[in-house]
Design a protein around this ligand. Structure first.
Ligand code: KIV
Ligand code: ZN
Length: 566
């Protein structure tokens, strides 16, 4: 045998130069069929037990699946019992069809019909492998041998169905899979499926599902789409068939193969939640459905309770949904990068200001609320995060609207803390940094008490008088000053003790609710003695005192940074 990559042969694509599918767009949801309880279950280290399967089945029904493959009842006693439990306990809603899988072999087909007795709506899904490779190495037979197996299986299934329908009135439909369809010569795939349609008596009124499995994904998704378009174009009686996709994910492109397959003419998709299934898994129906949703198409499946669905999936299958799994992973709505955080924040602000009709948020293709997530974890803070991120957390989690000019200095404080900790820091830690940096500073100046009086002079000008007890240099001082407002009066009082080098630049305030309580917060920007800008923050029930505290905070911050000896 050749060595390394040379021992592999390139996939031979179907010849379809006039392909039409690239010009098509997906405009509506296909028929969905979940194969979690069969294909998914048969790939688990520990297959689900009865209770787990029943819980999973209920979850699939709640999501909105109308066709659910429940197992392979002829292959194992457990699967047989599970199917019986669903039927005997009346757990299958009338608008849900259960699907059972069986190989095209007589004794297995007969056992399957026993297993479905009493069910109202059933799809009998039979299959045999048709691929060039399997014919050569597994069955050592020619195409005719494979066609015979399928046709004989179809004949028996039709007979047993007609008998069962006559007896019980059950609604039984047929599905045939040429297993390894994508590894089969297309003309052979068309031929065998046509023979099966004839044998089953398919008509446009009584369509048969032809499921075309990409049993092992071996080519780029466009090649798969070519196969689907070729098949649909060449099948006589196309209107008597529902064309179903069953992609697997060996090359990691099952979602793309499903989407291109739909563009190429398929009507139905078989797959699993989160792409569980043999080897690398089946097509991830949640992913395909949410891709439609985020293009403005109703997928007819409801993933608004993603957390619960994920929990059921993880507990029943013992598999994990990865943190970066599309739409469902823990981290998929989180931005650590500063520029992304900034753009998300601006997008959210823009949306609010303009009362936008559509979701237009950079870096977030989906509104997290649509899958039951909230905004809180969108922005998480690590050393990669920027000024906007910390400001977002302060606003989103605590209602503090930091002025734009102040965001870089607080952002730098938070970044330094992340670097020091060497890890992500949580909202509560960010708040503690804010408190330490702004709200809890008591040195070198600390206002212990104060009085503000307001008078009108003879010309009806307002004069505000400030008097307060200010502690500095370990001593209490009474200071006084007049001004045209509380800030002016306080500045004038400071001048009496020689604090003259600070200029008032700007002021912003808003109310902040703290539980049932509400306080005013003011952000003050001063020019420091060296001309640089410094921010201070004051929080108080009294709006004037909030401003005065903000001024003291700004002075304390500058003094602490520049006069370490104080
Ligand atoms: O992947 C596959 O080919 C299958 C068939 C049995 C439908 O699961
Ligand atoms: Zn499969």
């Amino acid at each position: 045998m050749k060595q390394g990559f040379e021992k592999y042969q390139p996939f031979q694509p179907v010849n379809l130069p006039d392909r039409k599918w690239p010009n098509h767009v997906i405009e509506k949801a296909p028929i969905w069929c979940s194969v979690d309880l069969r294909d998914g279950n048969q790939a688990l280290v520990n297959p689900m037990n009865l209770d787990e399967k029943l819980l999973f089945f209920k979850t699939l029904v709640d999501i909105g699946f109308k066709e659910i493959e429940v197992g392979f009842p002829s292959a194992s006693e457990t699967e047989y019992e599970i199917l019986r439990a669903l039927i005997d306990r009346n757990l299958i809603p009338d608008d849900v069809t259960i699907q059972v899988l069986v190989q095209a072999r007589e004794h297995l087909i007969r056992k399957t019909f026993e297993a479905i007795r009493g069910a109202k709506n059933v799809i009998i899904h039979f299959y045999n492998s048709t691929s060039t490779l399997q014919r050569k190495v597994v069955f050592r037979t020619d195409m005719q041998g494979v066609v015979d197996i399928a046709v004989e299986g179809a004949r028996l299934i039709r007979q047993l169905t007609e008998a069962e329908v006559a007896k019980s009135g059950a609604n039984i439909r047929y599905e045939y899979s040429p297993e390894s369809f994508s590894g089969t010569e297309m003309d052979n795939a068309v031929l065998i499926c046509q023979r099966v349609l004839e044998e089953l008596g398919a008509t446009p009124e009584k369509k048969v599902i032809l499921n075309l499995p990409n049993t092992v994904e071996m080519s780029t998704p466009n090649t798969h789409a070519d196969q689907i378009e070729y098949f649909c174009r060449h099948l006589k009686g196309r209107d008597s068939a529902i064309i179903s996709l069953h992609p697997h994910n060996d090359r990691g492109t099952a979602t793309a193969a499903t989407e291109l397959g739909l563009m190429a003419g398929a009507d139905r998709v078989e797959g699993t939640l989160f792409g569980n299934g043999e080897r690398t898994g089946n097509a991830d129906i949640m992913n395909v459905a949410m891709n439609m949703y985020s293009q403005g198409i109703d997928p007819k499946l409801d993933f608004s309770n993603m957390k619960k669905i994920r929990e059921v999936y993880e507990s029943c299958t013992e598999m994990k949904v990865g943190e970066r799994h599309p739409y469902a992973g823990e981290l998929v709505f989180t931005a650590f990068s500063g520029s992304h955080q900034d753009a998300i924040k601006k997008g959210l602000d823009y949306s609010k200001e303009h009362d936008s009709e559509y979701w237009e948020i950079p870096y977030l293709p989906l509104d997290p609320a649509d899958v039951g997530r909230d905004y809180e974890p969108i922005i998480r803070i690590n050393s990669q995060s920027g000024k906007g991120g910390a400001a977002f957390i302060m606003q989103q989690n605590f209602g503090y609207q930091l002025p734009k000019g102040m965001q870089p200095e607080f952002g730098a404080t938070v970044k330094a803390a992340c670097d020091a900790a060497g890890r992500e820091i949580q909202p509560d830690e960010i708040f503690a940094l804010f408190e330490k940096e702004y709200l809890l500073l008591r040195k070198p100046y600390h206002l212990k008490s104060y009085k503000l009086n307001e008078e009108n002079d003879v010309d009806a000008h307002t004069v505000v008088h400030f008097e307060g007890n200010l502690r500095f240099h370990h001593e209490d001082h009474t200071i006084q000053g007049n001004g045209n407002g509380p800030i002016d009066a306080f500045f004038n009082a400071l001048r009496t003790i020689g604090v003259t080098d600070y200029q008032f630049n700007s002021y912003q305030e808003h109310a902040v609710s703290l539980g049932a309580d509400s306080k005013a917060i003011s952000y003050i920007q001063l020019s420091a003695p060296d001309g640089s800008a410094v921010y201070g923050v004051g929080l108080d029930h009294n709006i004037s005192l909030a401003s005065i505290k903000g001024i003291i905070c700004a002075i304390n911050r500058w003094e602490n940074q520049h006069q370490a000896s104080i």
